[in-house]
Design a protein around this ligand. Structure first.
Ligand code: NAD
Length: 281
């Protein structure tokens, strides 16, 4: 169940229109919930219809309103995004203020395992969802963001973008978002005809209560690292690697999204939310 933020009751995003992809579960669902809590109307986009409906229903019941609406869309397919984006355009009368490109998947594999046909197929799926999916969403969202009020496009990367044993393709798709960040900041700056669209990237490390802490994922990661779940996955091991001695919380990512939306001079920022684990000074 998503939780209330530190800003609860403040309505910091009253009147804003937001879209969150991959909002049926996990981090995306918490972000959609927090945007609605702050008064933002929100499109809850997911490729699983039942999850999109469930998350939108939960948000509307919680805040006794119609702030959230479900949209079914698979970010990995450019052609199948036309319909969900026209639904969003209609619903929001042609403009968006906050777009959170959160949908993403993982599939641990060592680089040498990619010669296996099944692993190669999974790698292409990762690229299509995490990397190309972000490009498609950026392309569809841009004309709507241009008509928004202080618009921002926020991407969900990962602290694994610096490289991660046993997750080379995942890490690569997330590193690619840093390149896209720089490109979008340059392409979406202000001109005499167009207002700017700000762009930011959040790079979380492990976040508690998410699919990345599931037994299934940990087993797959342990296999790709040629080790055991106990050595990589138990709480004590995970926490000991973090200077803050704990994993991140869903709500901490959602609060960062709210702050980025309000932080009107930040543009092109990478926010690493790893509790200091990935410090490089
Ligand atoms: N959980 C973590 O610890 C962690 C750490 C770093 C980065 N991230 C990133 O945060 C984002 C969210 O992760 P999560 O842990 O909440 O994942 P999750 O698996 O819990 O939820 C992902 C959601 O995205 C949806 N989705 C998957 N593929 C989709 C597609 N093609 N089109 C539309 N929707 C799709 C799923 O149905 C699901 O509702 C991802 O981009 C992930 O890489 C997560």
């Amino acid at each position: 169940m998503p939780e209330k933020s530190r800003f609860s009751g403040k309505n910091l995003l009253e009147g804003k229109k937001g879209v969150v992809t991959g909002a049926g579960l996990g981090i995306g669902r918490q972000i959609a919930y927090t945007l609605a809590e702050q008064g933002c109307e929100v499109a809850v986009l997911d490729y699983k219809q039942e999850l999109a409906k469930e998350a939108a229903g939960l948000i509307n019941r919680e805040f006794n309103c119609k702030k959230a609406f479900p949209v079914v869309g698979d970010v990995s397919s450019q052609s199948s995004l036309k319909k969900p984006f026209s639904e969003i355009e209609r619903h929001f009368n042609g403009s968006i203020d906050i777009f959170v490109n959160n949908a993403g998947i993982n599939h641990p594999a060592r680089v040498e395992d990619l010669l296996d046909e099944k692993e190669a197929k999974a790698a292409l799926r990762l690229i299509n969802v995490n990397f190309l999916g972000t490009y498609w969403c950026a392309a569809f969202a841009y004309p709507l963001l241009l008509k928004g009020s202080d618009p921002i496009f926020i991407m969900m990367g990962s602290a694994a973008s610096i490289g991660s044993e046993g997750q080379g393709i995942y890490s690569g798709t997330k590193a690619a978002l840093r390149g896209l960040l720089g490109t979008l900041v340059k392409e979406w700056g202000a001109t005499s005809e167009k207002q700017p669209v700000r762009v930011s990237l959040i790079e979380p490390d492990y976040i508690e209560e998410t699919a990345l802490r599931s037994q299934q994922y940990l087993e797959a990661l342990a296999k790709s690292r040629r080790t055991t779940v106990d050595r990589i996955g138990n709480d004590a091991v995970a926490k000991a690697k973090v200077p803050l001695q704990r994993e991140g919380k869903l709500i901490e990512i959602a609060e960062k999204v709210v702050m980025m939306a309000l932080d009107t001079y930040s543009n092109g920022n990478v926010e690493i939310l790893s509790g200091g684990k990935t410090v490089r000074v």
